[in-house]
Design a protein around this ligand. Structure first.
Ligand SMILES: Cc1cc2nc3c(=O)[nH]c(=O)nc-3n(C[C@H](O)[C@H](O)[C@H](O)COP(=O)(O)OP(=O)(O)OC[C@H]3O[C@@H](n4cnc5c(N)ncnc54)[C@H](O)[C@@H]3O)c2cc1C
Length: 377
């Protein structure tokens, strides 16, 4: 029997993981990763720490725990996985089980056949069509080139003022990194709190901490970017305030990269990600999808989600819901000792966090029922 041909599209986090797992499952398979970017297996989570100067060796963003850079040579020598970097997959032909690709350096085009295909194309930062968004000095923090740019900004020390747009995790991490470089930061968040997946009180603690490093403006959005000679000079807010700055980092979330899959007729779910089953399989049994390009049901609510998004509510909002909402599941996930010490007595059920996975059948199967969960009182 001939070796199974497995093609992986995307070579950063999920793609190489899937390829390595496939190798462990089948030592004879021909496995190839196609990667549009120049690098492989980049540790995106470390980007803000490199920008902030916590370490200076850029290779640490690309290294295995043993300190070996995960380049094409590493993937072949250690795992017998072929990698094609700077190569973009441009189409998936499901009928003939084939992909089209373009070598981004030579421009050469090619095709490759698969028995199994894994889509791990990740996501792209949201960049709304705000006037002036094309000015120099406006960036996101998602790729290694973005990281190199922001590290250069930090090292040069020329830029004095920056605006970070978006008070989520990446916005806050960027804020910390640039603050360490001595840059004065203003953080803008459209909603009334930072880290919207936290409840209000927790978010207030974070806000207080961030305010010790940056100016924080809540409940305000960006109306336009202002520039001179093509370079950013200020951010204008919806309330008319102008904030002078030479750098703006947009961190308002990501959009799953699904174009290839959509063009191949694979369905997208309500949250905008590729739909997969519990085996990460799309509706095509020979095509799997993993990572930021997919959506999965929230394990508790069953609703589709991208990136583990949960919405926090305040105690006032909870009180209001208890008064007005008949169907509401109240789930206390503390440990039994904590529960005994202080019960709320509002009809809550106790399922300690560690047991939650085993008790999913006890949760309402109706996906529209709201579940309010807490772990601390
Ligand atoms: C600054 C930052 C900090 C983060 N911190 C954390 C953290 O602390 N904890 C955490 O859990 N997550 C964190 N994340 C999120 C985490 O990095 C992502 O969830 C993860 O990288 C997603 O992996 P992925 O492989 O799906 O997508 P990506 O890592 O985006 O990789 C997709 C790859 O596919 C390639 N590609 C796309 N289209 C094609 C194509 N047509 N042909 C060939 N290649 C293609 C791209 O070049 C890209 O390299 C962070 C992200 C950032 C940006």
């Amino acid at each position: 029997m001939s070796a199974k041909r497995i093609i992986v599209i995307g070579g950063s986090a999920a793609g190489p993981k899937a390829a390595s797992r496939a190798r462990r499952m089948d030592e004879n398979a021909e496995i190839t990763i196609f990667q549009k970017a120049s690098d492989l297996s980049m540790a995106s989570c470390g980007y803000p720490y490199y920008i902030g100067g916590f370490f200076d060796d850029r290779d640490q963003l690309l290294c295995s725990p043993a300190g070996v850079v995960r380049d094409s040579k590493f993937f072949w020598n250690a795992k017998k996985i072929t990698t094609k970097v700077k190569t973009e997959v441009t189409a998936i032909d499901r009928q003939n089980k084939r992909i089209d690709f373009t070598d981004l350096i030579s421009g050469e085009k090619g095709t490759a056949e698969y028995d199994k295909l894994i889509i791990a194309t990740g996501s792209t930062p949201r960049k709304p069509p705000i006037p002036g968004i094309e000015l120099d000095g406006i960036t996101s923090l998602q790729s290694l080139p973005d990281t190199d740019y922001l590290r250069k900004v930090s090292d040069e020390g020329i830029i004095k003022k920056a605006v970070v747009i978006g008070g989520g995790v990446i916005g806050i991490e960027t804020c910390e990194a640039l603050h360490l470089a001595g840059i004065e930061i203003t953080m803008i968040e459209l909603l009334p709190q930072l880290l919207t997946f936290l409840d209000k009180k927790m978010a207030k603690l974070v806000e207080k901490y961030v305010m010790s490093k940056a100016n924080v403006i809540l409940e305000n959005g960006v109306a336009s970017f202002i520039g001179e000679n093509g370079k950013l000079t200020a951010v204008k807010l919806q309330n008319g305030t102008e904030i002078p700055c030479e750098l703006a980092v947009i961190a308002i979330g990501v959009i799953p990269n699904t174009r290839l899959a959509v063009e191949a007729g694979l369905p997208i779910g309500k949250a905008g990600g590729l739909v997969v089953n519990e085996y990460m399989q799309t509706i095509d049994p020979d095509i799997y999808a993993v990572g930021d390009c997919i959506e999965i049901p929230n394990l508790i609510t069953g609703n589709p989600k991208l990136n583990g998004y949960f919405k926090g509510i305040s105690s006032e909002q909870l009180r209001e819901k208890l008064k007005t909402q008949e169907i509401l599941v109240l789930l206390d996930v503390r440990n039994p000792d904590e529960y005994e010490q202080m019960r709320l007595g509002i009809g809550e059920i106790l399922i300690p966090l560690g047991q939650l996975r085993k008790c999913l059948e006890e949760m309402p199967q109706d996906k529209n029922t709201e579940i309010i969960t807490w772990c601390k009182i």
